[in-house]
Design a protein around this ligand. Sequence first.
Ligand SMILES: [Ca+2]
Length: 325
Amino acid sequence: MKNIVTLLLLLFALTSTAAAQENAKNQSFAIWLSDFKRDAVSQGISQNTLDDAFAETQPLERVLVLDRKQPESTLTLDEYLENVVSDKRISDGRKFYAANKSLLAKISAEYGVQARFIVALWGIETNYGSNTGGFSTIDSLATLAFDGRRSEFFRDELLNALKVLQSEHMSAGDMRGSWAGALGQCQFMPSSFLKYAVDYDHDGKHDIWHTQSDVFASIANYLSSVGWNGNASWGGRVKLPKKFDKTLTDIKTEKTLQEWHKLGVRKLSGKALPSDSMKASVIMVGEGADAVPYIIYSNYKVLLQWNRSRYFATAVGTLADAIGK
Ligand SMILES: [Ca+2]
């Protein structure tokens, strides 16, 4: 009996400690949020927008769990490409390209971005719009801004998300996306939305959630705004000669394709590189013995601005080439 009482007392003590911790956390979130709201008002966010956005906001444990998960660094490039540029994704890409051909051609010509890259980015970001993420953007960003690991970045993005709600006349309940705050079918962070989202069908909304032409034009606008070259491709996998100076495999080292050819760099097929005066870099994608050599043009660096992962940029280029010309 005595043991049971002790056990119950212990349990009670533990539960009330957990409850007290939870309470303290909620209180400090509330304090943080009211400070943030003051800031938002001073930056032109209306009380209505704030009331709608933060009606029920609490930190989301799931977002923190995902934020702390280690990135998948164990995959080799080829394993990654097998997942991300699967046969299914390639055949879906070709299908969607064909289904949207005239719209894509129009947007491609207008922004100077080849359609295959627009489709490839759409395919890799959200599996052609089918997987945009179901998280409330406001709740996710508030969680990450409050959390402390990268508060400043996410606080800015939270403020930008409120600006998007306000300028788009959206309800916070309709603003959904990834756990890290990326929006819609092209997964723009709110800051990118404000800079690059396009209302292509002129209905008054930059609708990257549901309007296909807005999605395509927004992707193209992003790429062309950060320096896409519509007359060039992105690069490709190469073979290096046995005695190649590995210090040259640096993304900052640029030589013409002719110069790389003279150094013995060949296409994977063994064929010569195009005899072109275009500048290119030779880089290794992946780690250690699994790293694979690629020759890359300036458009690859544009893709790295979208997402700084070389695996990502390589996957987009590979998928684009598999989808079409
Ligand atoms: Ca629109």
